[in-house]
Design a protein around this ligand. Structure first.
Ligand SMILES: Nc1ncnc2c1ncn2[C@@H]1O[C@H](COP(=O)(O)OP(=O)(O)OP(=O)(O)O)[C@@H](O)[C@H]1O
Ligand SMILES: [Mg+2]
Length: 340
């Protein structure tokens, strides 16, 4: 018995389609996941097993093989739990396999069967949208990311809700768009707090108006840090396209705040001077975006510039020139926008 569901794996900020195939055979009961799955992905076994039991469904006592295709693509994270569980349930005829057509799924399972949000749902939903899938089964808290990508979310609290919906026993769980409340009050310190410093303030205004880089130098205690921290406050709000770009980066790194699905305020980043080159421009096996990309469309403040390690400063050369960082790792090559 074979069934499949569709989900997405992240390569940088890009979602690649992944088919989760579950195959049940007679034989000694076992559960294997193949297809370049990392640790978190392998641990899905335990979460899926407990999740299915908690939803009062039947664990298929069979030789179970789950294949994440294409096998050459590295799969990271816990977002495969839900699609794996659904493929298993479809393969064991507990949900009708044909109902899964047109759906993608993403989400982590808690041991009690609750569906948890995962990072990068926005990118995954955009992948689903490009592939012509119309619905995304995901956690309630990431439903807005699906909606932003133009895919209809099927918001789930529990695996049992997914099963009831796919069996046609219950209506599609309703999606209520959160009001994207703008943060109350000025989020940033005000330039009006600064006394004097006419030239430095003018320099800040010119840098803000023309998106220029700015180097502040001077004796200790003359207000350099104070001035630099007030730059975000005089920047214009993000346009809709920019907001989506920034939201995509923040979604992948798990920085989205609940209740604020869309990042509308420019993101201000001030990494400590002990930061490594990978922390600044991105890296890791995944790879993941760094501070330069988290500050995309806004301010990257390197306070005490001279104290930063040389490789970190040199790594900033490419984003300063191209407005993007390309990182090549074992997990694949990724291009992160980094126009700060
Ligand atoms: N022009 C100014 N107007 C108002 N307050 C100021 C001004 N310059 C300095 N200050 C006060 O001095 C404090 C120290 O300034 P700040 O930390 O910005 O100096 P700095 O130039 O970054 O020093 P360092 O080189 O030691 O990092 C500020 O928090 C502020 O309270
Ligand atoms: Mg300072």
């Amino acid at each position: 018995m074979l069934a499949r569901t569709v989900t997405h794996a992240l390569v940088g900020l890009d979602a690649r389609r992944v088919e989760v195939e579950a195959h049940l055979q007679r034989g000694v009961p076992a559960f294997t996941i193949v297809g370049l799955a990392d640790r978190a992905c392998q641990e899905a076994k335990e979460r899926v097993r407990s999740g299915i039991a908690s939803a009062e469904l039947e664990w298929p006592v069979r030789r179970i093989t789950v294949n994440l295709a294409p096998a050459g693509l590295r799969k990271e994270g816990s977002g495969f739990d839900l699609p794996i569980a659904l493929a298993l349930l479809a393969a064991s005829r507990q949900i009708p396999a044909d109902r899964l057509a047109g759906h993608a799924a993403i989400g982590e399972l808690a041991l009690d069967g609750r569906v948890r949000p995962v990072t990068g749902t926005l990118a995954a939903a955009e992948g689903a949208q490009r592939a012509g899938l119309t619905k995304l089964l995901c956690a309630v808290d990431s439903a807005h990311e699906a909606a932003l990508a133009g895919v209809e979310p099927v918001p789930l609290r529990h695996l049992a809700e997914a099963v009831a919906y796919l069996r046609g026993e219950s209506e599609q769980p309703p999606y209520v768009a959160p009001a994207n409340g703008r943060p109350a009050g000025p989020a940033f310190p005000d330039l009006a707090d600064v006394r004097g410093q006419e030239r430095a303030r003018r320099a800040l205004e010119i840098a803000a108006a023309g998106s220029h880089n700015l180097l502040l130098g001077g004796p200790p205690g003359t207000g350099k840090t104070m001035l630099a921290r007030r730059l975000p406050g005089i920047l214009p709000p993000l346009s809709d396209d920019e907001a989506l770009e920034v939201t995509r980066i923040h979604s992948v790194t798990g920085l989205l705040r609940p209740g604020h699905p869309l990042v509308t305020e420019p993101p201000f980043r001030a990494p400590h001077h002990s930061a490594s080159a990978a922390a600044i421009v991105g890296g890791g096996p995944g790879p993941r975006p760094g501070e330069a990309s988290l500050a995309h469309r806004d301010v990257l403040l390197l306070d005490e510039l001279a104290e930063f390690v040389r490789p970190a400063l040199e790594a900033l050369h490419q984003p300063l020139e191209d407005g993007a960082v390309s990182v090549a790792r074992a997990g694949g090559q990724a291009v992160f926008p980094a126009r700060f």
